[in-house]
Design a protein around this ligand. Sequence first.
Ligand code: CP3
Length: 355
Amino acid sequence: MSRPKNDTFLRALLKEPTDYTPLWLMRQAGRYLPEYCETRKRAGNFLNLCKSPTMACEVTLQPLARYDLDAAILFSDILTVPDAMGLGLYFAEGEGPRFERPLREEWAINNLTAPDPHEHLGYVMDAVSEIRRALDNSVPLIGFSGSPYTLACYMVEGQGSSDFRHIKGMMYGRPDLLHKILSVTADAVTAYLNAQIDSGAQAVMIFDTWGGSLSNAAYQEFSLAYMQRIVAGLKREKDGQRIPSIVFTKNGGLWLEKIAAIGCDAVGLDWTIDIGEARRRVGDKVALQGNLDPNVLFAPPEVVAAEAKKVLDSFGRGNTGHVFNLGHGISQFTPPDSVTALVEAVHGHSRMLRT
Ligand code: CP3
């Protein structure tokens, strides 16, 4: 199997030379696009959309039809894994994700097992294969999962949280129980990502949205250690092509060197850290992905362009090792034209930096 026609994203992750800086956007298929809202309406709700390979494929391709993006990301959600573990995921309209059966009791934790991804998450694997067929080798497809700690936050809290009192209570009071959850979840995520790779994902990303809420020591013990275990268990190659991995801890700037040392190919950055400084800190060890504040997209196009250039200039010259992205998911209120301005600025300015 050969690389996609536009393999700039894969080249940047592997620190091979590129003609320009590739970009994609976290949550690039989402509610800021009217065509996404249309499809979602047809699906009835968000979870139906995730569980229909044909509609998941349709929305995955929507941002690529509008914008000159350098990668597609599987349309799904990180919470499909705990759903497959039997926790009963649902989305209360306007309230975000919820679990019918939050994981708090010792007996339930002891009964937790890693689902077989082909058996229990077959709809995701079908979406991956369908998207690969539809992409027809134009740009690479990114597969993804949540980090064990981030998944555990939702599993234990039963929903999003502003203080994480249930999971942190467990972490300090019964660390053995949390380690048990994290261990089973790490096995589940490893199998899930490898199944996505088998089905056609050409790079994989681990989203650690909540690791950054932990203390220094707790981050390393309860989040990073499990991501390291996953990365060590990932298939590194498929059909002779290397499958790069990206690890993104939101608010993880403090641990940059440590994240870069777990064996991943790239580290995702939120907007709180200067990407030039991040580059100096990690040296040649990994590529970097990021890191524009998503709220820049609420400013006029010329400001969007100027802010994108600042990120590129800060990363500096050297024609490789940077994948441009936002520092977190794109807001549902983003004007779609802001993304047009962003894509033009990133491609245009990065080409200029290489001359
Ligand atoms: O990046 C992409 O385009 C791929 C799709 C993707 C979604 N969620 C689609 C989605 C990815 C990679 C995710 C990851 C995800 N899901 C994370 C980690 C990244 C992050 O954003 O921090 C988390 C924590 C979740 C859990 C989740 N899913 C929450 C908290 C919510 C509600 C938030 C909101 O914006 O309402 C979701 C729903 C969700 N996942 C939407 C999308 C497009 C919006 C759902 C809708 O259409 O109503």
